[in-house]
Design a binder for this molecule. Structure first.
Ligand code: AMP
Length: 222
């Protein structure tokens, strides 16, 4: 978790590769829905472009369907979900039913840096790889290094929508830190520096947590 521009998408990609787990990124899933010529597609497109949050009901449907797929049975990397308390409660129920544990990583980045990161962000239209015009430019301008497909600027990466998204983050998502902090599942990570540096901080937590878990399982199995 973290505000827009904290590096959630980049870190999710690195975690997925290291731990061979699927990424469930609700923003990407909703962007795909937004491209469909359906009433739901039009609704989601308008909400996303304005930097607003899509309703919890729609999220519940999208996330439940995705998490029930076979590839998520051993766990997954959630990116951009949950963002509200009702979503956190829904995730709690799904995790309980499936016997999964929730580890929450909060990526902290100062606000002025968030604006800089978001304003220069470019995304591959095919594989979703994330670039930055200043901090991580592609080898050929406007084209993804991995698959040669065009890069695009997200419709919600303009100043007005960025401001709106950060305000909503403060109002709707910040309360989740008390929710998860209260049950000792929240880990804070410094999100400044190179992506690899941030990744090492996160991987250390994930490894400590998953080792502890297998150790306690071994003890109780003995
Ligand atoms: P993201 O790619 O995570 O920054 O999400 C982009 C946009 O998708 C957000 O600004 C929302 O409009 C919508 N969205 C993504 N995830 C959620 C969520 N968990 N709850 C509500 N809206 C979401």
């Amino acid at each position: 978790m973290g505000p827009q521009g904290a590096g959630k998408g980049t870190q999710a990609q690195m975690l997925a590769e290291r731990y061979s787990m699927p990424i469930v990124a609700t923003g990407d899933m909703l962007r795909e829905i937004a491209q469909t010529d359906t009433p739901l597609g039009h609704q989601v497109r308008a909400v996303q472009s304005a930097g607003q949050l899509v309703s919890d009901d729609i999220l519940a449907e999208v996330v439940k369907t995705r998490l029930c797929k076979q590839d998520c049975s051993g766990g997954c990397i959630l990116d951009g979900f949950p963002r509200t308390l009702p979503q956190a409660r829904l995730l709690e129920r799904i995790a309980q039913d499936r016997g999964n544990r929730i580890i929450v990583i909060k990526i902290d980045v100062p606000r002025d840096l968030l604006f800089k990161r978001l304003a220069g962000r470019r995304t591959c239209s095919a594989c979703g790889s994330i670039y930055h015009m200043e901090f991580k430019p592609p080898a050929r301008e406007g084209v993804c290094d991995l698959d040669g497909q065009p890069l695009f600027t997200r419709s919600d990466d303009n100043e007005e929508a960025i401001q709106q998204r950060l305000t909503l983050y403060d109002e709707m998502t910040r309360p989740l830190f008390d929710y998860y902090g209260g049950s000792n599942r929240l880990y804070k990570v410094d999100g400044t520096g190179k992506p690899e540096e941030v990744f090492n901080r996160i991987a250390e937590i994930v490894e400590r947590e998953t080792n502890q878990r297998s150790e306690s399982r071994t003890v109780s199995e003995d």
